[in-house]
Ligand binder design. Structure first.
Ligand SMILES: C[S@@+](CC[C@H](N)C(=O)[O-])C[C@H]1O[C@@H](n2cnc3c(N)ncnc32)[C@H](O)[C@@H]1O
Length: 247
């Protein structure tokens, strides 16, 4: 992946607002929906690669549930905090698009809180998906979630983006977006992040196809709101969970 794009992700997650937000989140533990899926699909005591672990919200909760957790994140500041707070868990700085683990190294993999869709460029996300498939054991499960792209109610947003990408950009006008669905945002509406975070609002059919083409079998696709009513109080908006299995 283009190193400039990776650096943008690191810079956007390293701002004071972002570090504070994700560090505060450690105490909140797993979302009810995450807990439900983890308990259903990840065998007790199995090894988990917690990708995009941030400062450790999910890593701590999973370790407390008895899993053997390895937390990996591309943002060094997050890994420094995780290591200082949770010294019993194995954390490392790493990029999901080129993982430094052997083939079939983990029983299960989690990429929580839309982390995979925050990798810029379709190419980068495809690289990460292939790496995840490679380091997952046969019969292992991979759980992640994404923001689903909906057109209804958002027609103007996507229409203006389409014009920027397909008409103005080829004419030489600058555009931050590279793929349809790209979105730069402030995590909390109360504060303005100095470097907006990146996410792609995903076409669910494309996400499914990409992973099936790699060999994954889809076990479950469900909105967070369908899995847990209590997660409705989370500020992050509804997301779609995927549970995939490597044959
Ligand atoms: C929305 S945050 C979630 C953090 C944590 N999992 C949580 O739920 O609080 C997404 C995380 O993905 C990480 N991330 C983004 N791109 C990554 C990549 N290519 N490799 C590893 N981590 C990445 C970011 O640094 C960030 O910590």
């Amino acid at each position: 992946m283009d190193p400039k794009l990776t650096q943008y992700v690191i810079d956007s997650f390293s701002t004071e607002n972002s570090v504070q937000k994700y560090t505060n989140d450690i105490a909140s533990g797993l979302w009810a929906s995450e807990k439900l899926l983890v308990e259903k699909y990840f065998a007790q005591g199995s090894t988990i690669l917690d990708l995009g672990c941030g400062p450790g919200r999910t890593s701590l909760a999973l370790a407390e549930m008895g899993y053997k957790v390895t937390g990996v994140d591309v943002t060094p500041k997050f890994i420094d905090i995780a290591k200082s707070k949770l010294s019993t868990i194995n954390f490392a700085v790493g990029d999901a698009t080129k993982l430094r683990f052997a083939d079939q190294a983990f029983d299960n993999i989690l990429f929580s809180f839309n982390g995979w869709s925050m990798i810029p460029s379709a190419h980068g996300r495809a690289e990460a998906a292939a790496e995840i498939y490679r380091v997952l054991k046969s019969r292992g499960y991979y759980i992640f979630c994404v923001h689903k792209r909906t057109i209804i109610g958002q027609e103007l947003t996507w229409l203006t983006q389409l014009i920027r990408l397909k008409v103005l950009k080829p004419l030489g006008y600058p555009s931050k977006e590279q793929d349809f669905g790209d979105f730069y945002f402030n995590r909390d509406t109360e504060t303005t992040y100095p470097i907006p975070q990146f996410v792609n609002f995903m076409d669910i059919k494309e996400v499914k196809r990409l992973h099936e083409d790699l060999g994954f079998q889809v076990q479950l696709m469900a909105m967070r709101s369908e899995l847990s009513k209590s997660d409705d109080q989370l500020k992050s908006g509804d997301v779609m969970f995927f549970v995939l299995r490597k044959p």
